[in-house]
Design a protein around this ligand. Structure first.
Ligand SMILES: Nc1ncnc2c1ncn2[C@@H]1O[C@H](COP(=O)(O)OP(=O)(O)OP(=O)(O)O)[C@@H](O)[C@H]1O
Length: 686
């Protein structure tokens, strides 16, 4: 079939699918409007709204693929699934339940990503359909009968997508996911999966498509929401468009700095203290410290209605501090009520006379007036003791006493008391050297990034004080505002940057360990010293995690990747650099200038690149301010800030300066691999 005919044929199909989509969306819109009147449950309303949102967003790229099976069956693949009868009556002769468009996440769509000429999985042909504004603009056919052997799935469509200009926002790659990527997207989600991939291998793409896949496949996960942890707010903004476009609303995205509601980072910190405070040993240190705050077992003397009563309380070990406190408070209330009742019984026994007078001493609050008098034996019934216990529990004096004996604690105050006191640190963190203790204790009061994971650990050890779970219409809203929310799945991007304590913080949010972490250990710039995944996660996950790899670089052109070998070796890498899939045909270039010439050269180079491309400038930290003064309309970032981002062209300023910082070679590796087309370097002489 000629390409023109194929386009016409797919255009017809697209129009049918768009019409069905529109009709279905309109009908759902009506149902949502009526839902209030019909008294539909909130769960059903949420479902309707979610489906409506999904349909609304599935505009461009509603249909992007087609599989023709050997037996003649034709299946179209799209962003959402549609049935022939969706939104109203099916066309004459159509079965209303017959699938019209298959959701890319459904099992039936899998061969679209994984069938090859060697393993055609019953398919004769794969077709990629490119659309723009409701029009089919291109069709790429790939025979799977062995007549053509392609290394890449949908090579034409993939290379077109990769060669497209970058917009500063990540776009979905749902139409062109490659087999090694698809294997990870659809992998089992029962334990931690750690994906190592060099720059541009699609780790972020894979992570986000996996979220969409898991939410589609596992309803329970959608009920608990999925957490996406990324390295920076800039990065979260960069990927922000992708998830809704993939159809997901049950997702919370955060950085490690924003994971604890109500806590905000107020200052930067030195690499040294960040490294010290990221170590796994803090878990034990904090446990020891919080345990030391639990009052010892002791005999309390409590006053009730004018008399003192001895009450022996034994704190329950192994519970979070506040939970143990609540149990102890319950014990106090109960034992005091019992003691009062017992005292009364003893007194009654001892006294033969003056019965009425004695009862009066207990006061009206403890005595049911109907039960006074000679018709009872004077002993308190179970119900009366229960009632007395409630009075005791509500009594402000008793509450004040409990608070002074076993105070409720604020995690921030607890952590401050520990970190700010060198003597206390020496007692509870004997693993640290005197120098390390002095460095931690000398830090300013405001929280630094590494403190957030420590605060989270303290909050967990203290346990909650009974604050109600916030309400919200969408699961994600409630999850975002609740520190102890248990997510259905957690995805960590740029996972190589996490400290051991940050790993713990992530794990606390998903005790089932249904976690996908993607990263490149060779791009690690964080102050921890790990150079392998086993080191990075060993202290927290042990050996109970599965490794996967991505090996093909889709972003950086061959010409640029060729420069990275020596840099990677200097970074102490244990990994092969990924294989670049494409060439841009543009040789990387460099100029050498004096420090005085630097600003002018950068300004001119950016102005020139900007005429052709989207541009990012990457420089050492100490040059950023000066460069921002001359380059105002494109981002000027450190390698750390540029992590995960990409532009058509990158200008790397003073690469030697980038390489001399701590973990500098890793930073330079990040900087060199951000472009999709052109790389320029400005080297500073002397
Ligand atoms: N299958 C694909 N189809 C289309 N584009 C893809 C595909 N895989 C990756 N890309 C594109 O390649 C680029 C790099 O992908 P991504 O940012 O996910 O890589 P990464 O491994 O996270 O890189 P880094 O570690 O350097 O940040 C992006 O522009 C992405 O859209």
């Amino acid at each position: 079939m000629e390409n023109g005919e194929a386009i016409t044929e797919e255009q017809r199909f697209l129009e049918v699918a768009l019409a069905r989509r529109d009709r279905l969306a309109a009908r759902l819109g009506d149902e949502i409007a009526d839902a209030g009147d019909d008294g539909l449950g909130p769960a059903r309303q949420r479902m309707l709204r979610q489906r409506f949102e999904e349909l609304r967003r599935a505009g461009d790229g509603l249909v992007f693929g087609r599989l023709d099976a050997v037996d003649g069956t034709v299946r179209h693949i799209g962003r959402v699934g549609l049935r022939a009868g969706d939104g109203g009556a099916a066309a004459p002769g159509d079965d209303a339940d017959e699938p019209l468009l298959i959701d890319w996440r459904a099992p039936a769509a899998r061969p679209f990503y994984t069938a090859t000429a060697v393993e055609p999985q019953g398919q004769a042909r794969r077709r990629h359909i490119r659309t723009a504004a409701g029009k089919v603009v291109g069709v790429d056919d790939e025979p799977l009968d062995g007549s053509v052997e392609a290394e890449l799935v949908g090579e034409g469509a993939l290379l077109a997508a990769l060669g497209a200009r970058r917009t500063g926002r990540m776009s979905a790659a749902v139409a062109t996911l490659q087999r090694e990527q698809d294997d990870i997207v659809r992998a089992e989600a029962s334990g931690p999966l750690i994906v190592q991939g060099g720059p541009g291998t699609g780790k972020t793409v894979v992570a986000l498509h996996r979220v969409a896949y898991l939410l589609f496949t596992h309803q329970r996960m959608a009920e608990r929401a999925v957490l996406v942890v990324g390295p920076s707010a800039r990065f979260l903004d960069y990927i922000g468009q992708v998830l809704p476009a993939l159809g997901e609303t049950a997702v919370v995205s955060a950085t490690c700095d924003t994971l604890v509601p109500g806590v905000s980072v107020g200052r930067a910190e030195s690499r040294r203290t960040a490294e010290i405070k990221g170590r796994a040993l803090w878990q034990a240190v904090l446990e020891r410290y919080v345990t030391s705050l639990v009052p010892q077992a002791r005999q309390l003397k409590l006053r009730w209605a004018g008399d003192f009563h001895p009450v022996e309380v034994d704190p329950v070990p192994g519970r979070p501090y506040h939970q143990a406190r609540a149990i102890a408070a319950g014990q106090v209330h109960h034992l005091l009520a019992e003691a009062v009742a017992e005292q009364r019984a003893t007194m009654l026994e001892q006294m033969e006379e003056g019965y009425e007078d004695i009862l009066a001493r207990f006061g009206p609050s403890t005595v049911d007036p109907h039960h006074t008098g000679s018709d009872v034996d004077g002993l308190m019934s179970e119900e009366e003791i229960e009632e007395l216990r409630d009075h005791i529990a509500a009594d402000p004096t008793i509450a004040r006493f409990l608070e002074s004996w076993w105070p409720t604690l604020d995690p921030e105050a607890v952590l401050r008391d520990l970190l700010g006191d060198a003597q206390r640190l020496a007692r509870f963190a004997p693993e640290l050297s005197a120098d390390e203790i002095a460095a931690v204790a000398a830090e300013p009061r405001a929280w630094a990034p590494s403190d957030v994971a420590l605060l989270d650990a303290v909050a967990e050890l203290l346990g909650e004080t009974g604050t109600p779970v916030p309400q919200g219409e969408f699961t994600a809203d409630r999850a975002r505002r609740t520190r102890e929310w248990v997510y259905g799945h957690v995805v960590v991007d740029e996972a190589q940057e996490l400290s051991e304590m940050q790993w713990r913080m992530v794990l606390r949010r998903c005790p089932s360990r249904s976690i996908t972490a993607v990263g490149d250990i060779d791009q690690a710039e964080a102050p921890h010293r790990h150079t392998t995944w086993a080191q990075a996660v060993g202290a927290v996950l042990g050996e109970r995690w599965t490794a996967a790899r991505l090996t093909v670089c889709y972003r950086t052109p061959r010409e640029v990747m060729a420069l990275t070998g020596p840099v990677l070796a200097r970074a102490g890498s244990h990994n092969e650099p990924p294989t670049a899939v494409r060439s841009s045909g543009i040789d990387p270039w460099q100029v050498t200038v004096t420090a005085a010439e630097l600003p002018g050269t950068v300004e001119r180079a950016v102005a020139d690149l900007k005429r052709r491309w989207t541009v990012g400038v990457i420089a050492p930290e100490d040059r950023i301010a000066a460069l921002r003064a001359v380059v105002t309309d494109v981002p000027v970032l450190t390698a750390t800030q540029a992590k995960g981002l990409e532009w058509d062209a990158t200008l790397v300023v003073d690469p030697d300066g980038i390489a001399t910082g701590p973990r500098g070679w890793n930073g330079l590796y990040v900087a060199l691999t951000r472009c999709t087309q052109e790389l320029g370097q400005v080297i500073v002489r002397g």
